[in-house]
Design a protein around this ligand. Structure first.
Ligand code: GLU
Length: 505
């Protein structure tokens, strides 16, 4: 296969009229991140050109079907806000949008190809094909069907087909070459003799991907086929099919894969999770959309790009040909940016919904929105992921906070000083009880005075108080948090810590 590198000027301009583009997943499980990035780019292209985004389920390989996939695929698109104009659930002018419901169309195409001599029935058994493959390996020849059944006269093949299993293969021209125009790469040419006679109809009468998508992309008037570059080697086969059926070829965009940091295949550890796992893990759809879109495509140095901005400036032929690396830190950073950009009320609602998932089941649902609105301003600058929030704020919801192990109090300045530590906490408790106005400034002033009285640095004392009141070392701002927790629980938690330290002495 030879390709001419993309010099920046695509051979066919994409900057034109409304595009009809499709996302064509197979129901083999949750769409992974690379596959969804192609969907995002495809969707943006449709929206940018004022065209249509079509979802088509490619379910012709019944052996690989995973139940529930369609719901999860559509759920992933919905979560990301990628709306579709036609699809298996909503129908459309070219319905049905599930390939398993379109078999007559593929059979008609196969019949035409057979009648025109562009395809033939192959009766080779799996054992024969195995043997052929072994021989090719031994002789160090490239794999591929060698055409044993290609010359069986049609009448004989038709007669045998009445009681023998067969597949239908495309009869690839033995000479010449085929050139596919790829919008990113320019012309991609292969010698036809390097292509074998591939299967277009399987013995179960289901078409292969090669045939089915060619028939459907034509019937559904798809203008651009956008897909991962694992399909590039097959593209000349598809071009030959389009030509043999007399269909105009669509434009092609084969996009490179996403690499793991340091190169190589992106594994689960590096972020190759499904979209719905990202949702579960506390990411915002807009942040993931933005991140995936700019992983392998760019607009100047822009990083934070809203959906509207992406729609405005996205050009599909500006996808980079060098594979992009998955940058998890950038994703987390972007997620934080999107969280901070949210209007207060929206942020509070997102937080409340997330906490309803993440907080202990003992906390009654629905969560009290007034309480959430009190602490969300305190945490907004501190979170990158929604899942960071429950561990940060759970103490607001607990009537009793378990006192952390005594050693946690007796650390740093308080190391080996249980008596002084317990005394300091006792002083805090009585000073808190005496505080007249329960607001952050008054509390801080009161506890600074306590620190002076017990001969401790304010910061060291606040560390004890934070641990006693919240049960943790990292929290939202202490005094604002104490205001929300309230006098009685704060005093009770400080006394409980004091008691635990005394009991350990
Ligand atoms: N069903 C194919 C896949 O999931 C679609 C490829 C294409 O977009 O044509 O990989």
């Amino acid at each position: 296969m030879t390709t001419s590198p993309n010099t920046g000027s695509a051979t066919t301009s994409t900057r034109g009229g409304p595009a009809r583009v499709r996302y064509a997943p197979s129901p083999t499980g949750d769409p992974h991140i690379g596959n969804i990035r192609t969907a995002i780019w495809t969707w943006l292209y449709a929206r940018h050109t004022g065209g249509q985004f079509i979802v088509r389920l490619e379910d012709t390989d019944q052996t690989r079907e995973v139940p529930g996939s369609l719901d999860r695929i559509l759920g992933s698109l919905l979560w990301l806000g990628l709306n579709w104009d036609e699809g298996p659930d909503i129908g459309g002018p070219f319905a049905p949008y599930k390939q398993s419901e379109r078999l007559p169309l593929y059979h008609a195409a196969v019949d035409r190809l057979l009648a025109d001599g562009n395809a033939y029935r192959c009766f080779c058994t799996p054992a024969e094909l195995d043997e052929m493959r072994k021989r090719q390996q031994e002789e160090k020849r490239p794999p591929g069907y060698e055409g044993k059944c290609r010359d069986i006269p049609r009448e004989i093949a038709e007669a045998r087909a009445l009681d023998e299993h067969f597949v239908v293969r495309f009869a690839v021209p033995r000479e010449g070459s085929t050139t596919v125009e790829d919008l990113l790469r320019g012309p991609v040419t292969v010698e036809n003799r390097t292509l074998d006679d591939f299967v277009i109809l399987k013995s179960d009468r289901f078409p292969t991907y090669h045939l089915a998508h060619v028939v459907d992309d034509t019937a559904m008037e798809i203008t651009h086929v956008t897909r991962g570059d694992e399909w590039l080697p097959s593209a000349p086969r598809h071009a030959l099919l389009f030509d043999a059926l007399g269909y105009p070829r669509p434009a092609y965009v084969h996009n490179p894969i996403i690499l793991a940091p340091g190169g190589g295949k992106l594994s689960k550890r590096h972020g190759a999770k499904s979209v719905l796992e990202y949702a579960e893990d506390g990411y915002l759809p807009d942040a993931l959309l933005n991140f995936l879109c700019i992983t392998g495509w760019g607009h100047g140095d822009d990083t934070v790009m809203s959906r509207e901005r992406l729609i405005e400036v996205f050009e599909i032929d500006a996808i980079s040909l060098s594979p992009a690396t998955f940058d998890a830190e950038r994703l987390n950073w972007l997620n934080g940016v999107y969280l901070r950009q949210m209007p207060e009320a929206e942020f509070a609602e997102v937080v409340a919904k997330r906490l309803e998932i993440d907080l202990s089941p003992d906390v009654p649902r629905p969560l009290d929105r007034a309480l959430v609105a009190k602490f969300t301003p305190l945490i907004k600058e501190r979170v990158e992921l929604l899942t960071d929030i429950a561990p940060l704020v759970d103490f607001f919801y607990l009537s009793e906070v378990a006192t952390p192990p005594v050693e946690q109090f007796l650390a740093k300045k308080w190391k080996d000083q249980p008596q002084a530590t317990a005394d300091a906490l006792a002083a805090v408790a009585s000073d808190l009880e005496a505080v007249e106005a329960w607001d952050a400034a008054t509390l801080e002033a009161a506890l600074r005075a306590t620190a002076e009285r017990v001969g401790a640095k304010a910061g060291d004392l606040f560390t004890l108080v934070r641990l006693a009141v919240t049960g943790k070392t990292v929290t939202p701002p202490l005094f604002e948090s104490m205001v929300i927790v309230g006098v009685a629980p704060c005093v009770a938690r400080v006394r409980a810590a004091e008691g635990a330290i005394r009991a350990s002495m």
